[in-house]
Write a new protein. Structure first.
Length: 491
């Protein structure tokens, strides 16, 4: 990020100021930047893969534990709630103990939690181990992003974030087929044991190649804020995750949402008085950060429904096997891989505002096109739409994740990563809830006991519209916002 003597970006000033002689910025990406980005991306991929791969193994694990398969969902929920509780503390921890130290410790905790999950012989032990995993994951995601923000030159941030985007796109799609393969041909315990070599490699690479950057904390640790933010995020995520799905009593779902909303309001009052709150809500006043986080909520909510809706449509609506479904859904990840090297060129060519506007509209349309899928469609046509959709979504994620930090002062960078990551988790949960609710409403209207392709069509149209709603928010920033991040010559 720029030093004190650097000129402020156009996004920070909020006005469009032509630059007669733009600074000469080296457009290549250094080897150190690529190495750091790959180390962080691999660690985050492990976390994202683990959070989805377990879903395929739950029925097998239920038989091993002698438990009701319906109750096994608590293994997923406990992990998500642990993430929600501990993510707000990640920024303060990184400032206090250093990004490399905390990131390395997070990988160790996550790996130890994985070993405990693999050794579990009851549902209760598994839940406790998943909470430990969630503690490690809560530190890995925001602190991993902070490692990049503090070690990568500003003009290389887009390329670095393109690498960081990959785990979020690959994990939810690769997880189900990998889980199905392990459960079919090996023990379910290997779902967790595969994290051991990845974790050991990650600890080694972080120790050797990642710089330990730290900033003095802005104040004492905000314990009250941790409790209130944890209650708010966990209550809302649990309530939205279970809404309309029949997993728990509707009264419990309503109670958790009420607890979440009440705690969120209490935290807002607390943050207004506290000199250094864990989640600094005043960051949304920064032009780039405010636009990026508000648009990202809608965009990620729409995208978050895809890993839930698409495999369910292919397996329940079309009658495909789990293996066939996994191979088809993988196409969207392939599109994301293709976009990675093109992201920086696209943003330099068109700028952040125009890219977020038009690419956001295209991304929403590509999701809505999934409503047209039918069992009679040729596989090549489905692959083409999913491949194209993954291509455009990857560009949008990279743009949001980079622009958000374009005008954040260095001293507030850790607070920004904590807030941005917490909102990301909540947005993904909202997406699953919207997708499940849309599917449920369509089934009620059509009086179907089980969903058919037409029911999925309505759900995909709804989440496609939700995704598209994020695009016009980009008009709230100047045309040359973020040009200093790409080296683009302002219009």
């Amino acid at each position: 990020m720029p030093a004190a003597g650097d000129q402020p970006s156009a996004a920070t000033r909020g006005t469009e100021i032509p630059t007669a002689k733009p600074p000469q910025i080296r457009r290549g990406t250094s080897g150190q930047t690529r190495l750091t980005a790959m180390i962080v991306a691999c660690a985050l991929f492990m976390q994202n893969l683990d959070s989805t791969v377990i879903a395929t193994a739950l029925p097998t694990m239920a038989r091993a534990f002698g438990a009701d398969p319906v109750h096994m969902n608590v293994a997923l929920t406990s992990y998500l709630l642990s993430l929600a509780v501990f993510i707000p503390a990640s920024g303060w921890m990184a400032d206090r103990f250093g990004t490399r130290t905390v990131f390395r410790a997070a990988i160790i905790v996550f790996t130890l939690g994985s070993i405990a999950c693999g050794q579990a012989n009851s549902l209760g032990i598994l839940v406790l181990a998943r909470i430990v995993q969630g503690l490690g994951g809560a530190m890995m995601v925001p602190v991993g992003r902070l490692v990049l923000l503090r070690s990568v030159p500003k003009h290389e941030l887009v390329a670095a974030m393109a690498w960081l985007t990959m785990p979020a796109l690959l994990g939810p799609v690769v997880g189900p087929p990998v889980g199905g393969f392990i459960v079919t041909y090996a023990s379910w315990r290997w779902i967790f044991y595969i994290n051991i070599p990845i974790g050991l490699l990650g600890v080694t690479l972080v120790s050797l190649f990642v710089e330990d950057v730290r900033e003095p904390p802005r104040g004492k640790f905000d314990g009250i804020g941790l409790v209130l933010s944890g209650l708010a995020l966990s209550g809302l995520m649990f309530g939205l995750e279970t809404a309309g799905r029949g997993v728990v009593s509707p009264h419990l779902t309503e109670a958790m949402i009420a607890v979440g909303l009440t705690s969120a309001f209490a935290y807002w009052l607390h943050a207004r008085r506290h000199p250094a709150p864990l989640l600094d809500l005043t960051l949304v006043r920064l032009p780039c950060f405010g636009v990026a986080i508000s648009a990202m909520i809608l965009f990620r909510a729409g995208i978050g429904a895809i890993p839930f809706l698409l495999p369910l449509m292919l397996q329940v609506g079309f009658g495909d096997s789990a293996a066939q479904s996994g191979l088809i859904t993988f196409a969207s990840s392939a599109g994301a891989l293709v976009m990675k090297p093109a992201a920086q060129h696209a943003l330099r060519q068109f700028g952040f505002r125009d890219t977020l506007l038009w690419n956001g509209i295209i991304s929403g349309v590509m999701i809505a096109m999934c409503a047209l899928f039918r069992p009679t469609w040729p596989a090549a046509a489905i692959y083409l739409i999913l491949l194209s959709g993954g291509f455009f979504r990857s560009l949008q994620f990279t743009a949001y994740n980079t622009l958000a930090y374009g005008d954040v002062p260095r001293a507030r960078m850790s607070a920004a990563t904590s807030l941005y990551t917490a909102v990301q988790q909540l947005a993904s949960t909202i997406g699953i809830s919207v997708g499940a609710l849309s599917l449920h409403v369509s089934m009620l209207i059509s009086r179907h006991a089980t969903p058919v392709p037409s029911d999925f069509s309505l759900a995909f149209v709804v989440v496609g519209l939700l995704t598209t709603m994020a695009a016009p928010i980009a008009l709230g920033m100047p045309r040359n916002a973020g040009d200093d991040l790409t080296g683009r010559r302002s219009a």
